[in-house]
Design a protein around this ligand. Sequence first.
Ligand code: GLU
Length: 440
Amino acid sequence: MTTTRFAPSPTGYLHVGNLRTALFNYLITRKVGGTFILRIDDTDPERSKEEYVDGIKQDLEWLGLTWDRVERQSARLDRYAQVADNLRDMGRFYECFETPTELDLKRKKQLNMGKPPVYDRAALKLSEDEKAALRAERLPHWRFLLDQERIEWEDGILGHTSIDAASVSDPVLIRGDGQVLYTLASVVDDTDMGVTNVVRGSDHVTNTATQIQMIQAIGGTVPDFAHHSLLTGPQGEALSKRLGTLALRDLRAQGVEPMALLSHMARLGSSDPFELRVSMDELVEGFDITHFGAAPTKFDVDDLFPLTGRYLQTLDYDHMAGDIRALGVPDDIAPDFWAVVRDNITTKHDLTAWWALCQNGADPVIDDEDRDFVDQAMALLPDRPFDQTTWGNWTTSVKEATGRKGRGLFMPLRKALTGQSHGPDMSHLLPLLQVIKAKP
Ligand code: GLU
């Protein structure tokens, strides 16, 4: 049975980069049936905040990425301590005393000598007496002792991947202040929770190498790993610093529709063509992780808006009734209002402006050379009620009276009535206009 997890740290709100990870894990599980776990990686009590836990859940709910179970690492600290004891008993866990400054100095020296900055395992050479003396003045941290061999796996996106463990520092699993670090917690959880597939960003590739050894050490089954490429901006620039401005809640506030965002992210960086999917089932159906490439993936937030517009155009009135009523559109004209404006909006926010136009009328835009023509036309505008034939009949009589035709006839009237040179079919829009400011 397939089990995946999305494991954010609640130290901020979710952004498009996290979404990729969440979505891939979700789709893999839903495609074959299985369990999708939302795992809150909150072993850092200082940086983890409850408001972010709530925010993460709200953002996933908004997108419809429903989880089957929530796990919290802060609730499993005893279990991590137990596994740490086991590793200690196996001789795979060792006590170190270097301060951050000392470690930094070591790294600089190694780099100066042209060597990779890998921890030199000096702590393994300390005698019991030396350790006792250090313990009296410092809090020890604990590292996992890697087997210095080549670690290999078949990556679901990167293909065959191999990392020489000798080029990686033994990972610190428990800090001097006792805080359990992500690597230990994640490995214990993946093992205990029977996680079968791990999809995450390619910034985790080295972690994966060390985690494979740790999973083997604690007797777990190594899951299938896949590392997706990191997102860049439209010009290929690093996105990491801008991700804060690409928070899912900000996109939501800007009117991006969940299905537009999900459709885009489920294809971005893959060999499959972009396609708007209007339901989660369709999205699940068309998803194949093996179609994704390892190259950095360009993300342009502007792509989400045309897709949002296209998505909204697929919705019938019933889907939109709530939003339209909330604007105050009377029920008797609400379905017509939606039919008229649906092709002329990018996000739901645009409905507000269209309704304001219908309700209050627009300030007419009249070019000087059209002033007399518009006055003449307005005098011919029939009295209410308007229906779908009004515009056609009116413009025919204006044409006869003025001799104008085509664009020269229609455009000044559109601009006088709506204040804009583009918009919905006027024969449909006119009956919705409650006020016509251009009419004297
Ligand atoms: N909390 C980790 C992160 O957000 C999880 C990584 C993983 O998927 O193992 O980077």
